[in-house]
Design a protein around this ligand. Structure first.
Ligand SMILES: *Cc1c(COP(=O)(O)O)cnc(C)c1O
Length: 347
């Protein structure tokens, strides 16, 4: 644990800083989640034969607690949506479902107990910090054969974080990788299974080595349609139309994605199409960006495919991309009214 007084808020990056406490609950396979408690942040003890260690039976969530612009309140962004997605992940991975209220109450308890770790509000949008919350459900019980674990652990820990990109709101360079895929039809790409992420580390490492920020994945069946940007959802803009891959089972239903779609339709009067997006049409877009809790919005400056690079908005941040980003941040920090009922006030 790091004392809040020792934290240099302006120097935080998107990395782990140990907070004060974490929430932990356990549950047998055939029971329901009932008792949990806050404990000092620290290591947990687990059997070498635990399901999660051997067969990757586990799911995570990620959400942030922010200070409002007047530093008066601490708020969460759509925590019920994270709770619902965790329910879907639990079902897909044969884990006892964590009830929505149980999930939200645990997250709120962790925020309240670690309130001194929520970074102060900063006027410069791209320098914003937050308390990142990481709920986990894991098969913690011991067994040998491939089957659901006999016992489960639900954990929520927290870490104060700084901005995702050190350089601020700058366009990123993407590389199309046709050798690797993130998710296959019928697999677990549509839920936040921990097993989906280690496989992306090698292609991401290669891409970074070659000077790109991330990999832009294509569909595993035809190598023709856009899927996701690393672990973020993809969007592109043609005129007044916002295009994004539809949720066909291999795309993670991002909460930022859902919010961007609603804003585009209701606040900016854009036409939104959720459907298969070919690489070809994405490369002809006026603007492109990625969305996710960690970076909120990442403008895409260029996409490189087969050695050919296509730039968007002259390699600058696109106008609509900038508008969507600023509006989302303004709602999250209580600068713009919360018209859609997205914010949850913790204190
Ligand atoms: C978490 C995640 C996202 C973004 O979801 P948000 O709810 O917006 O944070 C997108 N793609 C993948 C693969 C993810 O794991």
């Amino acid at each position: 644990m790091v004392e809040p007084s020792e934290i240099k808020w302006n120097e935080l990056t998107f990395s782990l800083t140990q907070a004060r406490s974490m929430y932990i609950a356990t549950c047998k396979a055939d029971e329901s989640w009932q008792h949990g408690s806050l404990q000092p942040y620290g290591n947990i003890s687990i059997s070498p034969a635990a399901g999660v260690l051997n067969y990757g039976q586990g799911a995570f969530e990620g959400l942030k607690a922010y200070r409002t612009h007047d530093n008066k309140h601490v708020v969460l962004f759509r925590p019920r949506d994270n709770a619902k997605r965790m329910l879907d992940s639990c079902e897909r991975l044969c884990m006892p479902p964590v009830p929505e209220d149980f999930f939200v109450n645990a997250v709120v308890a962790v925020v309240k107990d670690n309130i001194a770790y929520v970074p102060p509000y900063r006027p410069e949008a791209s320098a914003q910090g937050s308390l990142y919350l990481r709920p986990l459900v894991i098969g913690s019980g011991a067994m040998l054969g491939v089957k659901p674990a006999p016992e489960y652990t639900f954990l929520v820990y927290a870490s104060p974080v700084g901005p995702y990109f050190k350089a601020g709101f700058q366009p990123i360079k993407l590389k199309i990788d046709t050798h690797y895929h993130r998710a296959a039809p019928g697999g677990t790409g549509g839920v936040k299974s921990i097993s989906n992420y280690a496989g992306g580390m090698y292609p991401a490492k290669e891409a970074k080595h070659e000077g790109y920020s991330e990999v832009l994945y294509l569909d595993a069946r035809e190598d023709k349609y856009i899927e996701e940007v690393g672990a973020a959802n993809f969007f592109c803009i043609h005129g007044n139309t916002l295009l994004t891959p539809d949720l066909n089972g291999t795309i993670l239903p991002g909460i930022t994605r859902r919010s961007v779609i609603q804003l585009a339709k209701e606040a900016f009067g854009m036409k939104v199409e959720e459907r298969r997006v070919t690489l070809e049409e994405a490369l002809k877009a006026d603007e492109a960006f990625a969305s996710g809790t960690a970076a909120v919005i990442s403008p895409i400056g260029s996409i490189t495919y087969n050695g050919k690079t296509v730039s968007f908005s002259g390699g600058q941040v696109g106008k609509m991309t900038d508008k969507i980003y600023r509006t989302l941040l303004a709602i999250q920090h209580g600068i713009e009214p919360d018209r859609y009922g997205w914010m949850y006030q913790v204190e």
